[in-house]
Design a protein around this ligand. Structure first.
Ligand code: FAD
Ligand code: UDP
Length: 401
């Protein structure tokens, strides 16, 4: 019987798997239900037809400053040292700008986050150097500034840099990704990719960065491999959950143990207040008969092209596979809820947050129902934050301080 468990976890991504493991290790018998035919949630990876290890739901790079999370996950995987580096590839509109490689195709490139070297690449060596010094003097002691902050600077030369960065890094990419300008979206979103006041060209500055040595999926498999965990794939939990009365029912019977739900909050309640808006992505994978396609793990097309970025997986995974490589192009669009679509990004705004709060209030009517994770909490969370929240919730459920 499905109620012969102490805790029910819905979803086998970071939120579900970390929480399930923690509960299981503390003596709870956990049933974990996953709608997809695999574990790992959006961090799932697998080999494609050519044997290249790919991330089916887009490139995932692990990075955190949270030692507790890093240590916890390190119990289930070893790590490959990897520092993600991204370059922008865009049409060259300044004759001083550094062309892409040796090509003469009218394009230029520079590191993203935009940094002091990007300035030189964009404006030419001498002018870029001078502007860099000016920028450093304007923000003494700062490691980085956000583009929205930079645009408020009244100094005409700094304002010109801000406009350059806005136009060449942010506005078109953000329009592609969100269908809105940087001013229209949540400021925390563009703040994820600041303007760096240094030459550091790493995408993330966190203390712990890397890729699970053999991939994310084996890490999840190790995490879920516990005698107290029973898992069912291809199982949508929603038809099994009855939230119509005062008491939560699982499979038709009252269930008093914790239910940790990591799917969409609106789906859980039949979208009764209306659908929560999301962005979805279409991934176009291409396998090429060559060693390498591009110089970096990810290249952002910040000005043109219908896709936002191209990622070449072998850079991330370190897989040694000569003569073949797989890339993925990401196309963003509005999520419609059509079958097969995945809601990848919550669209954070006051209206949408208010709609989410209605679903949250519904969930709070059941003291044993817990919404956890990027979908269930309607937040733009990275993997490490979800893992931390899952550990916190499990500790709370176990009555641990
Ligand atoms: P998910 O991974 O979405 O897992 C939820 C699971 O629940 C899914 O497997 C789903 O099938 C299942 N589920 C849902 N509803 C039901 C149901 N009714 N019944 C049963 N099962 C259900 N983070 C980083 O830290 N670094 C990165 O580089 C990074 N890159 C990203 C790139 C992209 C393109 C995207 C979209 C996200 C990226 N993230 C990255 C964020 C990362 O994917 C999330 O933080 C993480 O996957 C969230 O885990 P989760 O468990 O909350 O959700
Ligand atoms: N962004 C941008 N240009 C870039 C990179 C990022 O405009 O070259 C903006 C864009 O709005 C994007 C946000 O910064 O959605 C966050 O970027 P990040 O790379 O963190 O997005 P994710 O990897 O989560 O899709």
């Amino acid at each position: 019987m499905r109620t012969d468990f102490d805790a029910l976890v819905v979803g086998a991504g970071y939120a579900g798997a970390v929480c399930a493991r923690k509960l299981a290790e503390n003596g709870k018998r956990v049933l974990i239900l996953e709608r997809r035919n695999h574990i790992g949630g959006n961090a799932y990876d697998c080999k494609d037809g050519a044997g290249v290890l790919i991330h089916q739901y887009g490139p995932h790079i692990f990075h955190t400053n949270d030692k507790r999370v890093f240590d916890y996950l390190s119990r289930f995987t070893r790590w490959r040292d990897y520092q993600h580096r991204v370059i922008a590839n865009l049409p060259r509109d300044n004759p001083e700008a550094v062309p892409a490689g040796k090509s003469t195709d009218g394009r230029c490139f520079f590191p993203v986050p935009f940094n002091l070297d990007s300035l030189k690449n964009a404006f030419g060596m001498k002018e870029g150097e001078r502007l860099g010094e000016k920028l450093l003097a304007a923000y003494p002691g700062r490691e980085q500034v956000t583009i929205l902050e930079l645009r408020q600077n009244r100094d005409p030369e700094i304002a010109a840099i801000a406009e350059y960065v806005y136009e060449h890094v942010f506005v078109h990419y953000t329009m592609k990704q969100w269908g809105q300008t940087p001013e229209e979206i949540d400021p925390a979103t563009t703040a994820r990719v600041p303007v760096r006041l240094s030459r550091d060209d790493r995408y993330f500055l966190d203390e712990y960065q890397g890729m699970p040595l053999h991939g994310y999926t084996p890490m999840f498999a190790a995490m879920l491999d516990h005698p107290n965990i029973t898992g069912e794939l291809n199982t949508d939990a929603i038809p099994l959950l009855d939230l119509s009365g005062d008491v939560l029912k699982v499979d038709g019977r009252a269930f008093a143990g914790p239910v940790v739900f990591t799917g969409q909050a609106d789906e859980l309640f039949g979208k009764k207040f209306g659908p929560l808006p999301y962005r979805t992505l279409d991934f176009q994978f291409e396998t090429l008969k060559k060693d390498w396609f591009q110089a970096r793990g990810t290249v952002n097309y910040t000005v043109d092209q219908p896709y936002t970025r191209i990622t070449e997986f072998k850079h991330l995974t370190g897989q040694d596979l000569p003569g073949v490589t797989t890339i993925v192009k990401e196309y963003s669009r509005a999520y419609t809820g059509a079958p097969g679509e995945t809601p990848y990004y919550a669209i954070i705004s006051p209206e949408n947050n208010a709609l989410y709060a209605k679903y949250q209030a519904e969930a709070e009517k059941f003291q044993n129902l817990h919404l956890l994770g990027r979908l269930a909490e309607y937040k733009y969370y990275n993997m490490d934050v979800i893992a931390a929240r899952a550990l916190d919730l499990a500790e709370q459920l176990l009555g641990q301080p």
